[in-house]
Design a protein around this ligand. Structure first.
Ligand SMILES: [Zn+2]
Length: 323
């Protein structure tokens, strides 16, 4: 788990029930005050000159630095920057998606919040997914399984044709890393979409996901060569024919891959563009790595905490699907 400096407390740092949530976040000002506290937990810092001091408060949540007269708000420079959606609605959305075990689709969010447009719900979810990647997060360690697998996506731009149903499914390759706990069970995971399962694609993922010193368990593919040179321990399972089923030799990767496929097909009805998949993977990893968190309020807190340190992203950048 990504270890916090000081463990936040239910009822003091975050609401623990829906009724408490309604009580705390009854107005825009209450939401802004809360964001301010999260963003500047160690005292207000001027984003321009870095001064830590008593800022002057203006109307509508504006703060002015006494030294350089820079004006700031708790939302400027975060994913809430220039939003036309009320913070209360954002907060409700975050509460809702973190309290649903498997998350929610854009249509589901639009319905539950009564949002005017599907696009608004869709863009909110995408902005929140950007906040689900923890910066400087702790790398996986111990025993780590790494393997590639194919995911099936439904291609919305190529809907079911009159000719046949097969044309609307796209297969994309992802690489999955899973911490294997002793004597059993899974720790944290990382997942990334890759173009090919070769050394050039796998090695950067491993370096970005797994701490040197960890023992990586892979198949016999030459793509996993030279792991020892990069400071990793390496255990290979070489398959001879098909007499070793994948769920026996790589139980962690196998399990995560099937949960991921079910989540894509279930919550999102398979309708994920390959170019957007990375953001869905971030959400899946965020949820999986916090699956044992007993308090849903804590998940709300964590996501909001990350949202105020995540840079804004324009609608144009969200809809543009990279190749
Ligand atoms: Zn300043």
């Amino acid at each position: 788990m990504d270890t916090p400096v000081k463990a936040p407390f239910g009822g003091t740092d975050f609401p623990t029930t829906w009724v408490q949530f309604l009580d705390w976040f009854h107005s825009e000002q209450a939401c802004r005050d809360y964001l301010e506290k999260l963003r500047w937990a160690n005292g207000l810092t001027c984003p321009k000159c870095g001064l830590i001091s008593q800022v002057e408060r203006m109307s509508r949540g504006r703060l002015i630095c006494p030294a350089c007269r820079h004006q700031a708000t708790a939302t400027a420079g975060t994913i809430f920057d220039k939003t036309r959606t009320e913070l209360r609605v954002w907060f409700a959305a975050i509460w809702y998606i973190t309290s649903q075990k498997h998350g929610v689709s854009a249509l589901g969010l639009q319905r539950v919040l009564g949002l005017g447009s599907y696009e608004t719900a869709w863009a909110m979810l995408h902005r929140l997914r950007r906040a689900m990647v923890v910066p400087d997060r702790e790398l996986l360690h111990g025993k780590v399984e790494v393997d590639e697998t194919y995911l099936a996506l439904t291609d919305r731009q190529n809907p079911i044709s009159a000719v046949g149903r097969k044309s609307n499914t796209t297969k994309v390759l992802v690489v999955i890393a899973v911490e294997m706990l002793h004597p059993k069970g899974f720790g944290r995971i990382r997942i990334r979409q890759i173009n090919r399962g070769d050394y050039e694609n796998l090695m950067p993922f491993i370096r970005a996901s797994v701490r040197p010193g960890a023992v990586i368990h892979s198949d016999g593919s030459p793509s996993y060569k030279n792991l020892e040179d990069s400071g990793y321990g390496h255990r290979r399972t070489v398959y001879f024919g098909s007499d070793t089923p994948a769920h026996e030799s790589m139980p962690g990767v196998h399990r995560v891959a099937s949960l991921l496929q079910r989540w894509i097909m279930g919550t999102h009805h398979g309708a994920v563009q390959p170019g957007q998949l990375d953001y869905y993977l971030d959400e899946f990893v965020f949820r999986f790595n916090r699956r044992t968190s007993r308090s849903r309020g804590l998940l709300f807190y964590r996501l909001l905490q990350q949202a105020v340190i995540t840079k804004p992203v324009t609608y144009g950048r969200i809809v543009e699907v990279p190749k």
